[in-house]
Unconditional design. Sequence first.
Length: 620
Amino acid sequence: MELSSNIFTKVLSPLAAFTRREEPACEDDANQSRDGDPTADDDPRWGASFLNPQSRIDGLTPSFQPTWRVDGVDVDGRRVFAVPEFGVGRPPLRIDVYLPPLEDYPVQLRGVLRPEALLCSSRSAVPMSPVMQHLLRALERWSSRLPGFESQYLSMPFGSQILVTNMAANLDEMSLDMHLRPSYDVEQAMESAESLQRMWNLPESAWPPFVEWENVQFERQLHESITLVSLSGKPTHPSDIFVLKSLTRDQRYMYNELKMLLTLPPHPSIIPRPAYVVTKRGRFGGKRGVCGFLIEYFPLGSLKHRLHHVNSGGLPQISPEEQFRWSKQVISALIHINKHPAGFYPDLKPDNVVLRLSNSVPGQIDAVLLDLEQRGGWYSWSPPEVAYLEYLEVLVSGLEEEDPDVSQQIQQRFETKLPGWSAGSQHDRYRNSDGGFSAPWLALLQKRKDGDDLDLERAQVFMLGKLLWCIFEGTPFVRCGIDHELLQDNSSTPETRLRFPEFRRTPQGLRDLIRRCTEGAPEWEQGRVTNVLELQGGKLVARDGRDTQLVASEYWAAEIDRAKAFLDGLGGDSARPGEQVVGSAGSSQEGIARRPTLLEVQRELERVDISLGGKDSRHA
């Protein structure tokens, strides 16, 4: 199946069970210019043909003196992190460029630009892709013709947008449909430092210094929420660079992470508290809101980055000493986080473990856990008792218009089984909430507050088991289930892809531990196949050779049945996740109870390390 914008609802989401299967595009439709004579005067295809000089792309090579730069693209392939060169070294405005859906490109233009490749390209490959080079040329043409563009751009509110509503071969035509649109919603939704202080009631000593947005200088956009910035002019050393953590959608998660970092005692394997809190004066009302915070930058990158380059031969294999050390450091960090009254970590995966040179042992590389938003994780990493509820939450909001009856039925189920539950929205304003805003995880947190702390801990142990598998098998992906991870797994051939829970390299003593950590994972069930899709040649294909969308629809229909059984298996009105879960839902209470605690995992890992002759215990 060709990648497209609608793949997120028609394949990678529970909504796929409710969408109609599209018939594959006819070869003739996708290549209209192959038949007949497209140069004929009366042929309507001639106006769009690239044989026509008026419709031909000028070129896709980089400009000699570019005035714009592309740093990356969001997971949907439509939100582009592009910035004019005059914006580098200026305060970060977070003005992203939004492209039309991939399927709205003219057929022939899409064949040349291949925008679907953005969905599975590495960050380094994105700027040089054909579609990005074409976009850069269009941005240059458009902005050069707007009088006073630099002044207008720099006066935009934080989080404004550049909308590209028409992708065309002709740059003049394309630039006519590009618009700089101010957006005041982000600034208006910002909380002031004073309001946060009232909500959190923290001592003044708990707050880091404040720095005004005007004194922060943009360097590069790495991710939707990660901006590299400096405070002292052009940086000359990595220590001069900070990460600005900010969000232009769902700012409440940024505030929740800030609260966690300010209230969590320091730990060597957890990202240090913010160096600064950044405030910005809004365009209306004069309120100075908190738009983000500055944290340490880790130039060695993430564990996922390291595993990827090891697999591709760019870096040497990770040594057993490093595998055990990093594993024990992550476990130590999780134990520390769970001692916090609202502490738990729901998004454990190689992306969120970064590497840095040790502060105490020369030449040693240590693991550090980051990202304390408490938003939740990908389906393939989440424990079933959490993922099943997340599936149903997606259906409540996603089917509200298309199938309101199903949406309402599931909503009523939630209200009966999880009192106090309500459907969230990306547009919800921040409110003080211990533990963030994920209903499944908050239900587990409530159990801990009520005196039963094991279900919350064992849900995290599930993710820890998969992380241990990745570390000791040397792979950045678990390759099970259907979620966004599929689009990132473009670095190996199908024949060499290891899939959880296959074992090749993990020491024998750890295999049983990983098995016990991941009790309830559907991958362990006899005859159950969860890795039904994979990325091949830039396309999502079914491993059994059938139609991709049909396979995805069947997969999600079965998962939804399991999720409904799970929700119905919860107790009465006072029930919480884990109390009475039917075995057919794939995550029985007995299975959850067989998972070890974090401390038990730590002890077992230490025992195996010593039994294999490890000498790294003193550095854990």
